[in-house]
Design a protein around this ligand. Sequence first.
Ligand code: 3PG
Length: 385
Amino acid sequence: VRKMSELNLAGQRVLIRQDLNVPIKDGKVTSDARIRASLPTIRTALEQNARIMLMSHLGRPTEGEPNDEESLAPVANHLGELLGMTVRLERDYLEQDPEVKEGEVVLLENVRFNKGEKKDDEALAKKYASLCDVYVMDAFGTAHRAQASTHGVARFAPDACAGPLLSSELDALEKALANPKRPMVAIVGGSKVSTKLDVLNALSDKCDQLIVGGGIANTFIAAAGYNVGKSLYEADLVEQAKALMEKVNVPLPIDVVVATEFSDKAEAVTRNVDDVRDDEMILDVGPKTAETYAEALREAGTILWNGPVGVFEIDQFSGGTKAMAKAIADSDGFSIAGGGDTLAAIDKYDVTDDISYISTGGGAFLEYVEGKTLPAVSALRDAAK
Ligand code: 3PG
């Protein structure tokens, strides 16, 4: 794969695909982590006096039906504020080639408004390619999608390369997974084993300890023969959980925090894992468990974190996730974290600066961990041939 740093961008029309798919409320960006992550790439192109066109998707609109709610207008404003310059939103770039001066940045309106984007339509990909001299793929968060702006365009652009954000995401993941410093500890939380089964299987081949959390842990607790009361768990995946526990060390909770209702008013009770009542649900790990997990994390050479271990949005059930965040922050090992909920927890416990690498990817992060080839990366490989 060619890197942006290998190319001369001076005066060139540079089309950068970024993942600016960020949460927006009432016309304002509510979390700008992905926008901030895109800034170094834009600044590098600016320093070279390139003519910069940024492109991204936002949400999942119906193609051919542009709407205000899923317009990138608030992102253009926010980006302009962060860069200290005007970032013009270009709406009709398919009809008319945008006029972009050297050292100027424009943002092309939501690519998913365009017919053919999602099915990687060749004519649309060629159209995008015709807008530029250099195509830069920098949207790690969308690298698992084979769409016209992430995949097809790389085939037709005069030059195609990986942007610095995409490169550093891939480097960090490789560092964590290809030849990890031991011991390697992974934490996989979230509500369902079914959505993370491929991730769990892939990690069971790589890590020394696999800590599971949330609803996923409940299925493992059930697999170990304990009563999980009315906890969320998947009875049909108990056998899979058992198979995983035979392959890799999955430390089970010693104690858990339970309640009889899922609510911020619920009364939280800590119990031994073998003492959960029929009318109770498990909503977090208990303090003894958190301390055992934290110790493993502090001693780890490599940590991969995806998903909280409890319902950390509710105070009474947040102790476990908070302890994980702090332990990862305290660890001297190489730590990488990814996924929307995980990033929210990192924010909440203010450990951003203490984690070695925070990925901007959700689905893309998981697919990489699963060992899948990301279509946007293979498109760049083909383009380099
Ligand atoms: C994400 O938020 O995971 C990416 O932006 C991809 O979005 P998508 O799942 O709608 O393709």
